[in-house]
Design a protein around this ligand. Structure first.
Ligand code: NAD
Length: 298
């Protein structure tokens, strides 16, 4: 079976690598020549367009920034649709708007292509380790066909429901992760400014009822003042914006999410959109002129 992979950035690269290491031949495409060269070094072959990938492959994966790029890759000039044929499967691993996933799926379906939306969670570290959660929307039979491949990428592969439902689950998950990160930052700033050792406070919270996945970012990132991505604030902002749009469409108030998107807006306005999502802590730090650092481990 010939596989394709479009978009080999921070998280696409390790996901694609797992497919190569599982023994599959993978034809890759990326607008960035550097990113494409990196995956070729890891054993992929290079294509010069999404159409070329679609022409040669049975199943195409993609990991792209957001709705605009997914539409372009799937339906744009030199896109997958130009080589569409019955039997071709397209699995989008990006975090997309549910409505865009549905629109792209419908357009491809007219040409016989079946699309699944299959966003992932667990970060670049989870992708490196192959432990991601994968949440899939779309045709159940096609899901069963793709599941063994997705199990190379993730440790927990879920079928959520119809096309777009994977993205719904993912946007809810990310909204919670961002809100938890902002809340953990406030707690850590207050506790450390009150004189408690950062590592001790971290250990206590993670063993207590305030524990969260978001806290995991402190020892490796915030304590060291290391805000290199990982997962950028720009991408997190895109996800939270999509979640708030869903809230708007369904008349669901999202008070915590609204606060959190304003913290991200502040970072982006200060030129930190390309920094890691853990830099939400810096908004709290800057407000009180205090840094949550643990220099003994630096
Ligand atoms: P990234 O920006 O590092 O990677 C995106 C890749 O897509 C880049 O290599 C870019 O050159 C390429 N690209 C952009 N436009 C393209 C086009 N038109 N055609 C082909 N390639 C194109 O982003 P990332 O962090 O790897 O995230 C990718 C997706 O995964 C996003 O939707 C993100 O929300 C999601 N995600 C990321 C993480 C994470 O921790 N990084 C975690 C979960 C989900």
């Amino acid at each position: 079976m010939q596989l394709g992979f479009i978009g080999v950035g921070n998280i696409g690269t390790p996901m694609c690598r797992h497919l190569i290491e599982a023994g599959h031949t993978v034809l890759a495409y990326d607008v960035s020549a550097d990113h494409l060269a990196r995956i070729v070094n890891l054993g992929a072959q290079a294509a010069d367009s999404p159409r070329a990938v679609a022409q040669a492959c049975d199943i195409i994966f993609s990991s792209l920034p957001g709705p605009r790029e997914i539409e372009q890759v799937a339906l744009g000039e030199d896109g997958i649709i130009e080589a569409a044929r019955p039997g071709l499967i397209y699995v989008d691993l990006s975090t997309n708007a549910p409505a865009t996933a549905q629109e792209v799926c419908a357009a491809l379906a007219e040409q016989g292509v079946i699309m699944l939306d299959a966003p992932v969670s667990g970060g670049v570290i989870g992708a490196e380790r192959g432990t991601l959660a994968v949440m899939v929307g779309g045709d159940l039979k096609t899901f069963e066909t793709c599941k063994p491949l997705l199990e190379h990428i993730g440790a927990n592969v879920f079928h959520v429901g119809d096309i777009g439902s994977g993205c719904v689950a993912k946007l809810i998950n990310n909204m919670l992760a961002f809100i938890n990160t902002a809340a953990a930052s406030e707690g850590m700033a207050l506790g450390t400014k009150a004189g408690v050792d950062p590592h001790k406070l971290y250990d206590i919270v993670q063993a207590s009822s305030g524990a969260s996945w978001a806290m995991n970012q402190f020892p490796n990132k915030v304590f060291h003042g290391d805000f290199t991505p990982g997962f950028t604030i720009d991408l997190a902002y895109k996800d939270l914006r999509l979640a708030l749009e869903m809230g708007d469409q369904l008349s669901v108030p999202l008070l915590m999410g609204s606060i959190c998107i304003n913290l991200m807006r502040q970072l982006r306005a200060n030129g930190a959109g390309g920094d890691d999502m853990s830099s939400l802590a810096r908004v709290v730090e800057d407000a009180i002129d205090w840094q949550i650092r643990a220099p003994q481990n630096m």
